[in-house]
Design a protein around this ligand. Structure first.
Ligand code: GLA
Length: 442
């Protein structure tokens, strides 16, 4: 910590202004993948990998940011009511997203700027929310610089929602899990997060077990194609929701829904309206009694308004829906298992989640599947991909007594034999549940 702070002090723009130190953790998701944007509950935790940021308040309306790592060019921009993004994929957009999210939520906020020096040990493009941590950091610092303190749980919940909306500025059509976990995390606890309204319940993590993260080393960057892959899942969910909503209104005389998580007490056979073969846009349009271009314009678009390419195999909506409904149930059962201390059962649910992410939601990749197998052979009672997928990390639930042999075995079998690495401490590590983002004493 001392060393990181010294690095930051050297980096921060020189004179004047009060200086603060912020700590913003990453997160790992225990279970509940790709269902937050459907407003179904999820079960993540904030982890002991974090951004440390030294902040100096400025007298003008400019924001600057530098990072201790190479490949992150210095960022500078002025605060305004509509901040123009940098080009797609630029890391500075996450800073802008946090600031824009605050401006949209608190339009009367001041416009005092700040200088940021950032040092992060959250692996990048690895599904541990290094980007949402930047969004939350920028939002918290901007609020603080302009005299708004975020302390109570209620205030943190409001901010988490503002940051989730703000992050869409970067083009991802994500949900609100990451920002909530980063802001509401608690020592040695996972968070059962529910949406609409956003709320969280902390559940103690199992004693005698350790959570171990393993990076597949397949990068899951938020580039245009990776963003399209992620957003396609969000769009498929939206299309399935529209089909359900239409049927609820037209066939069952019920109210419309906006999110699958709102389906309570479904009429028998409701889910069969989403048919079990690939959909073309024209079939979706027909079922919804809309024109094709209307369907595209409303739902199958990127942030810049361009249409998202339709996958050649069509939209596999029934498979996606099955994942969402079953994963929702698994989250509920996992929360129950944590409350009861039924950890073997939690392990099985984690394993089932991976299978569903791989086969029904199709967000895994061969490396993640191999790594999950190796993790299980090395003693994990549950192992799955975590986060957005398409690369990134696995999370394993390992009896604490087995952790040393687990690390050795996974290291040898995945990192040495398959990836040709001679060391892997940076890729394979235990994590703990930690408190959400905070300002530290310097
Ligand atoms: C990303 C998004 C989250 C969530 C996960 C998948 O981390 O930011 O909102 O959808 O992917 O569970």
């Amino acid at each position: 910590m001392r060393k990181r702070l010294e690095k930051l002090e050297k980096l921060l723009a020189s004179s004047g202004g009060e200086v603060y130190l912020y700590r913003v953790p990453g997160r790992v998701n225990l279970i509940g993948e790709h269902i937050d944007y459907n407003h179904c509950p999820v079960l993540p935790l904030a982890i002991d990998r974090e951004i440390l940021a030294l902040v100096r308040l400025r007298e003008d309306n400019r924001i600057t940011a530098v990072d201790t790592k190479e490949g992150f060019p210095r960022v500078e921009f002025a605060i305004s009511s509509q901040i123009e993004p940098f080009e797609g994929g630029h890391w500075g957009n996450y800073i802008k997203a946090g600031v824009q999210g605050v401006i949209d939520e608190w339009p009367k906020i001041g416009c005092r700027g700040f200088d940021l020096a950032i040092d992060s040990n959250i692996p990048f493009s690895a599904g541990l929310s290094s980007s949402s941590a930047l969004v939350v950091l920028a939002a918290l610092v901007f609020l603080g610089a302009n005299g708004v303190k975020v302390t109570s749980k209620e205030e943190r919940l409001v901010l988490a929602e503002a940051c989730a909306r703000g992050e869409r500025y970067t083009g991802t059509q994500g949900g609100g899990m990451d920002q909530a976990a980063i802001l509401l995390g608690e020592e040695d606890h996972a968070l059962l997060i529910n949406f609409n309204p956003l709320r969280s319940e902390s559940l103690p993590l199992p004693k005698d077990y350790t959570l171990v993260v393993a990076n597949s080393l397949v990068e899951a960057p938020k580039t245009r194609s990776a963003m399209d892959a992620y957003n396609r899942r969000s769009i498929e969910s939206r299309l399935a929701t529209e089909l359900l909503s239409h049927a609820l209104k037209m066939e069952y005389g019920r109210g419309a829904i906006e999110f699958i998580g709102e389906v309570q007490d479904p009429p028998a056979n409701l889910f069969e309206v989403v048919k079990n073969s690939p959909y073309s846009v024209s079939e979706i349009a027909k079922q919804l009694q809309l024109a094709e271009d209307e369907v595209v314009k409303r739902w199958i678009v990127r942030k810049d308004g361009s249409p998202l390419p339709v996958p050649p195999e069509g939209f596999l909506l029934a498979m996606r829906l099955q994942h969402i409904l079953e994963e929702w149930e698994r989250v509920k059962r996992s929360a129950q298992a944590l409350r009861k201390g039924a950890i073997e059962e939690l392990g099985e649910l984690i394993n089932a989640s991976h299978a569903s992410c791989r086969d029904l939601f199709e967000i895994s990749c061969p490396e993640l599947d191999t790594l999950v197998e190796i993790n299980r052979r090395a003693g994990a009672i549950g192992s799955r991909l975590t986060g957005a997928g398409f690369g990134g990390c696995t999370l394993s639930l390992v009896p604490t007594s087995l952790v040393p042999s687990f690390l050795k075995e996974v290291g040898e079998h995945y990192y040495r034999s398959i990836m040709g690495r001679s060391s892997w401490e940076e890729a394979l590590f235990p994590v703990r549940g930690v408190r959400g983002a905070s300002v530290l004493e310097i």
